[in-house]
Structures are given as structure tokens and as C-alpha cells.
Design a protein around this ligand. Structure first.
Ligand SMILES: [Zn+2]
Length: 139
């Protein structure tokens, strides 16, 4: 049995997104072809870690995935109304919140590319509206 996969995805633990993230992965053709890392706050652990060791932890997951499964693509996925960022209420507007996630995703992408310039790194924001409807946007 093949023991490699194309992609590793980093997304938040937030249960509200689980079903939609699964659907996203199916739509992108990633099911059975992706390593999944679920951590509270997703790329916040790289860009603004609660503990300095969080950065090492996240990069180690990528290193293991690359070494063992030969991944060539990384999907970084943050989401709006993320508790690790203080939720939606931590931002003055939806635009400000999206801009913060886009900024953090880009910073995380650059950190990864600095260490692994051969990887393709994609950035996605999962947006949840007040009704709980989730949509995915390229950042
Ligand atoms: Zn979250």
C-alpha cells in the first residue's frame, strides 16, 4: 500500500467547522491523500504562539509529514470567530478580522517557505456567519 500523500492541512480544533472541513477536503480531492493537523488557533501557533515551543511543535508535524509521507503541499486554514484570536468580538469589523487572518496566514506561509522552499503553501480562511453557515475563501 502506498504510504505517501500529497498534502498536509493545518486547521483549528473548532468543532463547528469539522463537517465543512471534511466536505472541503472531499471537494479538493484530498480524502485519503492528506495528513491532518488540528490545533487550536491553527497558524497562530506559528505567528503568535502562546508558548515558544508551539512553533517547534507545529513545524515538527510538517517535518514528520514531509519525511514520512513525502507531502509537497501545505494547506493553512484559519477561521473567523476563532476563540484563540478572541473570537469575532476581538475585531472592530469583519474586514479587520479577515485582514488579521490573511496577515497571519501569509506570515506562516513565509515561515514554512523559509524552511521548505520546495513546498507549495496555500492559504484559506473558513468564514462562519451569524447563522453558522461556513464558506471557504482563498486568502
Ligand atoms: Zn479556532
Amino acid at each position: 500500500m502506498k504510504h505517501t500523500c500529497s498534502t498536509i492541512i493545518f486547521h483549528c480544533i473548532d468543532f463547528r467547522f469539522a463537517a465543512d472541513i471534511k466536505a472541503y477536503m472531499e471537494k479538493e480531492g484530498l480524502m485519503g491523500d492528506v495528513d491532518v493537523v488540528s490545533i487550536a488557533g491553527a497558524v497562530k501557533n506559528l505567528v503568535n504562539p502562546a508558548q515558544p515551543t508551539d512553533v517547534e511543535f507545529v513545524l515538527r508535524q510538517l517535518d514528520i509529514s514531509k519525511r514520512l509521507h513525502d507531502v509537497c503541499r501545505v494547506v493553512l486554514m484559519n477561521h473567523t470567530d476563532c476563540g484563540a484570536y478572541g473570537g469575532r468580538k476581538a475585531f472592530a469589523s469583519m474586514e479587520e478580522e479577515r485582514a488579521k487572518h490573511a496577515e497571519d496566514l501569509e506570515a506562516a506561509r513565509n515561515m514554512i517557505l523559509e524552511k521548505y522552499p520546495d513546498l507549495e503553501v496555500l492559504k484559506t480562511i473558513a468564514h462562519i456567519d451569524d447563522a453558522g453557515t461556513i464558506s471557504f475563501q482563498t486568502a
